[in-house]
Design a protein around this ligand. Structure first.
Ligand code: PBG
Length: 328
């Protein structure tokens, strides 16, 4: 049966009826705000390619986290910018490192806010790679020890959840074991399970000054052309103990988010990465796109694809809008 009996427009004719039949919603509950923390007494520095985002000293960070909490955002994800980078990323595993300090400060001020930490050494290494480097090669198993150490120091500082983003093989299992052996069996792991070698991380690397100094990340991050491989990566991470799995980036990998959602029974996260944010901001600045609508549409599409939660630099803006009523 079809037209004239069926007229799908009947259910679109008013805002009220559209609200009743809307299938996907965006709420502050779904959001995680990524934040960059650096050394220094106070203040913040703007990140050129990410308008509205900053490298924050701990005192400035505490203002952001208090605001995020007030807006109803459940959690933040911390990325650290160390004082000094070296071959092995020493500050990343130091109990006195910038992220470890930041975690303690936030938990002190705002115990109910979920503090999550990125576990990866690229922000701390002079070569900018996510693994230990020897003779121009990224070593897998040697990196696992460093990542495990890093995760333990984060948990020790009070992190509520750790999120390995390095894409080394076996890291989830190694970190789970390390946490458990150090009485942190209650700390969940959100693994960047299907993380692609994407060009959309460029603004982040500008923010964290973490561009690889030689080569690229294609020997550990996934080939953007692959789909089946993502399911394999996710399956391995779940087997090794991942509590939540992430697909990253989001917008150019909506099919992967859906695949993962359909294939597994664990919560799925997606990361609307720096380049996705920058695209919308740049087009809006030029007056070519309506920023609020582009933001909502892209985030709704990520939810529709199957993401239970989204890491997004727009988190505060979204929370502000949905606080006033449903979005879309
Ligand atoms: C690695 C890491 C990266 C991002 C999150 N964790 C950069 C990379 O893999 O090069 C990118 C996030 C973004 O682009 O917003 N520690």
């Amino acid at each position: 049966m079809s037209f004239p009996i069926h007229r799908p427009r009947r259910l679109r004719q008013s805002g009220a009826i559209r609200r009743l039949v809307r299938e996907t919603a965006l709420s502050a509950d779904n959001l995680i705000l990524p934040l960059f923390v650096m050394h220094g007494k106070d203040g913040k520095t703007a990140i050129q390619s990410m308008p509205g985002q900053y490298r924050l000293t701990i005192s400035a960070l505490l203002k952001e986290t208090a605001e995020a909490h007030r807006l109803g955002i459940p959690g933040v994800m911390l990325f650290g910018i160390p004082k000094r980078k070296d071959e092995v990323g020493s500050e990343g595993v130091s109990p006195d490192g910038i992220v470890q300090r930041a975690v303690r400060a936030i938990k002190d001020q705002c115990p109910d806010l979920l503090v999550m930490t990125d576990v990866c050494i690229d922000e701390y290494t002079s070569h900018g790679h996510c693994g230990v480097v020897k003779d121009g090669k990224i070593l897998n198993d040697e990196t696992l020890e460093v990542l495990t150490q890093m995760a333990i120091t984060h948990a020790e500082a009070g992190a509520d959840l750790v999120a390995p983003s390095d894409m080394m093989d076996g890291r989830v299992g190694a970190i789970r074991k390390g946490l458990d052996e150090n009485s942190h069996e209650a700390v969940p792991i959100l693994s960047y399970a299907a993380k692609y070698a994407s060009c959309f991380y460029a603004p982040f690397r500008d923010a964290a000054e973490s561009s690889p100094q030689f080569g690229d990340r294609k020997t550990y991050q996934m080939d953007v052309a692959n789909r089946r491989e993502a399911l394999n990566e996710v399956a391995l991470d779940i087997e090794e103990g991942a509590d939540i799995v992430m697909v990253k980036p989001a917008l150019s990998f909506l099919d992967i988010i859906r695949d993962v959602k359909d294939a597994f029974e664990v919560p799925v996260a997606a990361y609307q990465v720096s380049g996705e944010y920058a695209m919308i901001k740049a087009a809006a600045e030029k007056g070519w796109l309506d920023e609020a609508r582009a933001m909502s549409e892209s985030l709704l599409s990520i939810r529709r694809a199957g993401a239970d939660m989204i890491l997004t630099y727009f988190a505060k803006e979204v929370a502000r809008i949905v606080g006033k009523g449903p979005i879309g």
